[in-house]
Write a protein that binds this ligand. Sequence first.
Ligand code: TRP
Length: 334
Amino acid sequence: MEIEKNKVMLTGDRPTGALHLGHYVGSLLSRVEMQSKFDSYIMVADAQALTDNFSTPEKVRANVYEVVKDYIAVGIDPKKATIFVQSQVQELAELTFYYLNLVTISRLERNPTVKSELQQKEFGQSIPAGFLCYPVSQAADITAFKAEIIPVGEDQLPLIETCNEIVRKFNRIYRAEILLEAKASLSREARLIGIDGKQKASKSLGNAIMLCDEEDVVKEKVFSMFTDPNHIHVNDPGNVEVNVVFTYLDAFHDDRDEIDTLKQKYRKGGLGDKVIKSLLNDTLQKILFPIRERRKSITKNQIDEILIAGTEKSRAVAAVTLSQVKGVMGLSYW
Ligand code: TRP
């Protein structure tokens, strides 16, 4: 990857729970790598989280701290990446207000990400307007920083598309070249499956290994992992494809050859689940130990300091974009 310090990278998370190994391989590791290569911003999207958690603001607030602890624990460095809280950058709300005129309700309803979330959440006829419009606020998040590189999962692609539609429309209508189109940067790793082997790992499904899980909890989760239900005796031939332990070894163990040899043995028969689970447990404990320790050593005060500094810097940047936007819209009067 080339170093392009003049290019802005921005990404973020809704603070609805602490982060887990799925986040680690899916997004956190690549952020750590990218933070030295771009002008980097990482946003804790508390306002967006409220669009579907409006009745539990205390949960969102508490998780702002959990998520930032996870960031620092995995190696996101506030000296390299600016970490900020969305609700504290009020310029974003103002930008959202103007962008709302540039999208139609039907376009938002047809956004595939929004559509599938609406189905999952069973709002029925009572869709909160804020939820339907969160892609517009996400466009504000991205454009406020003139971010061009957005590391996200595949599920976020339609949101980047909505953002770019807004950018093109804005620049066309107001004959300006202020806003930049953004590009998703998909991470290498696909989504991590849960320990039950059924769905992707998620805190709410209880099938994820959390970055803050204690040693015994990690072990318990590893030993309860779904393997091959037909691999009953050690000598039975086993399946490595729909086997969570091997999926995790592929994602977290750094010796490919060793895993390939184990897979061959498992397929043939003669390798017990206990052996591969122990290996995975050792592998994960090694990764999680320093993360857990660092996580424990961070104080709330330190997090507050990081967020205050990050938010202040972010506000200054967003304010410049907002004033340019209002300028070309004719909204600067005096
Ligand atoms: N929608 C993202 C998520 O659910 C969070 C987010 C909010 C975001 N604003 C963003 C991601 C801007 C990238 C860029 O994870």
